[in-house]
Write a protein that binds this ligand. Structure first.
Ligand SMILES: [Zn+2]
Length: 467
């Protein structure tokens, strides 16, 4: 028996064996006992948590062990069973090569020893690795077949910890409040409202995601693109057929939403692309936000009545001349002395912006530090999660405030250069134009016309300046 003085113990927890009670502690104590019996000194215990070696995800402790072996710091490897070490035969080959270069030949498990330095030892190790890989593989194949069968029958996927928005825990029964929210979002989007404005409305109404978070535009977009809401079962990203649950919106609306949200002209999800002033016009009669209506030949902004809109329905204005007048007013404003005075007030904002970006940087560093502590097992997974959540909430809030402030940064280069900007204005893309208008204009009040609502006269429009 050779005396070993720098033994590496490797343990890994994964879903499949947890049920059998093979926790980390059991693996470690068996290995420690084994080392003791052999008279070996353990140099380090390497533990990976909750990561299936098969899925190919990183195993930080395992990688560290390989490095230590490669650097000549270890003289033997001890694990509970070969299937704790790897699931993929190629990993065994990698380990064997590293060991060979470092002159390490001893690989033992509680169940048996493998002399990596001999052909026979490698043969047995390879056979075990092949068996482990096959077991894991067929388990995955069985799982895949099963979930395909369930999908084809239209029943819901029960995996994942969260129910889908709009549905109860059974993932079939509607939740009336959330289903109503989905219907309203669909109607508002189809009426030309932007995802950003939808998110603002959801937040104001206290509607949160299933995890209690505030809605963000990509999440709303994903929700409204999911055929689940119109009664279609999706499997691995592909719509399979009718689901067992009732649709929340009609398939026709679902398709219209898909066309709208996947339209390449809608290059950003943040703004309705064709409308310079969407969300910015207000009806003088009732104060409601006017909606851009893309489905008409002539683009217009309308005050819309009805449950979802809440306007008086008595105001409309043709979009193109209104946008032209506002653009011109913005360009003139850029060269006005009033604006220079307003900019003086921004110094304060700049200090605030610096403070916020410092906060974001500090939080990011702290999150990285926490991740390191976790990978070194200085803190547990629940501790890590708790600490992370608090910091992430703070960082998100800082980011939101910073993006609110940076609205004015869109025009830095243009102050006093309105005349020069006028020459390029038509060539700027709509997003850029919008950013410049939004930096200066809080909203535009639209008044009734004396010669009918559709006509645009300059006295019907009153921009309310932000700067
Ligand atoms: Zn109105």
């Amino acid at each position: 028996m050779t005396n070993r003085t720098a033994v590496a113990i490797y343990a890994r927890i994964s879903q499949d064996r947890e049920g059998a009670g093979l926790g980390i502690e059991r693996q470690l104590s068996d290995c420690r006992l084994h080392a003791e019996r052999r008279g070996w000194t353990v140099a380090e215990e390497y533990v990976d948590d909750d990561i299936s070696a098969y899925s190919g995800k990183r195993r930080p402790a395992y990688e560290r062990m390989l490095e230590d072996i490669g650097d000549g710091h270890r003289d033997a490897i001890l694990a509970w069973h070969m299937d704790r070490l790897h699931r993929r035969p190629i990993e065994l080959e990698e380990l064997a090569r590293t060991c060979e270069r470092a002159g390490v030949t001893t690989l033992e498990t509680v169940h048996g020893a493998f002399d990596l330095g001999t052909g026979d030892g490698m043969l047995v190790a390879r056979m075990l690795a092949a068996v482990a890989a096959n077991e894991s593989d067929s388990k995955r194949r069985r799982g895949r077949r099963k979930s395909r069968e369930i999908a084809e029958s239209g029943r819901p996927h029960m995996g994942g910890s969260m129910r889908p928005f709009g549905f109860q825990e059974d993932r079939i029964t509607h939740r009336p409040d959330e289903a109503q929210a989905i219907r309203t979002i669909a109607d508002r989007l189809l009426a030309g409202e932007s995802l950003t404005s939808i998110c603002r409305w959801l937040e104001a109404d206290g509607v949160t995601t299933v995890t209690g978070k505030t809605w963000r535009t990509p999440v709303v977009r994903q929700l409204m693109l999911n055929p689940r809401i119109y009664g279609i079962r999706v499997h691995q990203g592909q719509p399979l057929g009718p689901a067992v649950w009732e649709p929340i919106i009609t398939p026709e609306k679902g398709e219209a939403l898909r066309l709208l949200l996947t339209n390449p002209e809608r290059r950003t999800n943040r703004t309705a692309r064709r409308y310079l002033l969407s969300g910015m016009c207000r009806c003088h009669l009732c104060g409601a936000v006017m909606y851009s209506v893309p489905r008409y030949e002539t683009r217009r902004y309308l005050c819309r009545s009805g449950h979802d809109f809440g306007g008086c329905g008595r105001m409309a204005i043709t979009a193109a001349p209104l946008e032209e007048i506002i653009s011109e007013a913005v360009l003139q404003r850029l060269d006005s002395p009033t604006l220079h005075d307003a900019m003086a007030g921004r110094v304060q904002d700049d200090g605030m912006a610096r403070e916020l970006s410092d906060q974001i940087a500090a939080d990011t560093a702290q999150l990285e530090e926490l991740a390191d502590l976790y990978s070194e097992r200085a803190i547990t997974a629940p501790e890590w999660k708790r600490a992370r959540e608090a910091i992430e909430i703070r960082r998100t809030a800082a980011r939101r405030r910073l993006s609110g402030l940076s609205g004015t940064r869109n025009i830095d280069a243009y102050i006093g250069n309105g005349a020069a900007l006028r020459a390029q204005w038509a060539d700027l893309n709509l997003n850029r134009q919008r950013a410049i208008v939004q930096a200066l204009v809080d909203h535009v009040e639209v008044m009734p016309g004396t010669r009918g609502n559709r006509a645009v006269a300059i006295d019907r429009i009153r921009p309310v300046w932000r700067l």
